[in-house]
Design a protein around this ligand. Sequence first.
Ligand SMILES: [Zn+2]
Ligand SMILES: [Zn+2]
Length: 337
Amino acid sequence: MSPPESEWFKVQTIPNAGRGVLASKRIPAGTLILNSQPAAAHVIFRQYRKEVCAFCFAYDRGRTLAVRENEVGKVFCSVECQAQWVLDQGDVGVAAWRELQRYVMLKRKFVLDFAGLAPVGAKPGLDVIRATWRDAEARRRAAMEGKGGKRGPKANANQSVDPDILGLFLSGLLYHAKYPDKWRDEVLCLAMDEEPYKSLTDLEAHSNAFAQLASILPAELSTSLNDNVCQVLTQAGSHNAFGIRSGSEDGEEYMGYSLYPAASYFNHSCSPNIVKKRVGREWEFSSARDIEVGEECCITYLGGDEKDLTVDERRTRLSDVWGFKCMCTRCSTEASR
Ligand SMILES: [Zn+2]
Ligand SMILES: [Zn+2]
């Protein structure tokens, strides 16, 4: 278990706040203290799949990007990005993306627009979550052993298909297969949400996606499918996901999200002393002002909006999305006025 190491900070348990990042020496303003490294898993939402580079996340005001690779259902801003992506995924990865794309095309009439659907069922508790995943796992095993279960696109017939969840899971499965040590040391030590599903629909969409992937993926990835990777991705993503946003002058587009284990230890403050900036597919974290030894390094989870919001607006948003009541210095000061 190893949080990121740095000459500038250490990750430490903070009373009543879980873990946090503390300055281990004085950090002058403008110092780059951490690079996130590439994500352990990510998804570009299907509605943006022709507009966002699958390698560097470049976005050109909604234009369809120049380099298209239909077989894997991805676009790239340049042939260099395309080549880097192929290298990064490896043969197994490219083959897996091709299988997934073929599957989604074949099943396109089962692709639901979940964004437009009202969620069904209350937020499921642990018992329901466990039973649902046990069932999905049994279906997968039956398919693997050929006992009445099917492999291939005919398995799981008539189930709805969610390309966004499938894509998120596949990216994580490939990361797990390629970097088992990083998975164990970085992903598995993140804060996990044991009940991450918003509704019964949401839970079923995730467990179905797992069973569907199991029926179509190359055998090389079966170890990763065995290893609970899909459940962990959802549990870790709930508290640690970073939005992939355009950040363009035409307004922010929310294009997808990703999991950066090294960057997940920063707590939130409405008056953050660390600013984050996405550079291609990685994030850079720099000090916004001088930070003293022992001071906690915090980012904002509100993406810049915190500047103009009242304490009540900030607290409501943070509590809705992240599930905590903000007690940062700014909130405490403003609330007591
Ligand atoms: Zn690119
Ligand atoms: Zn606050």
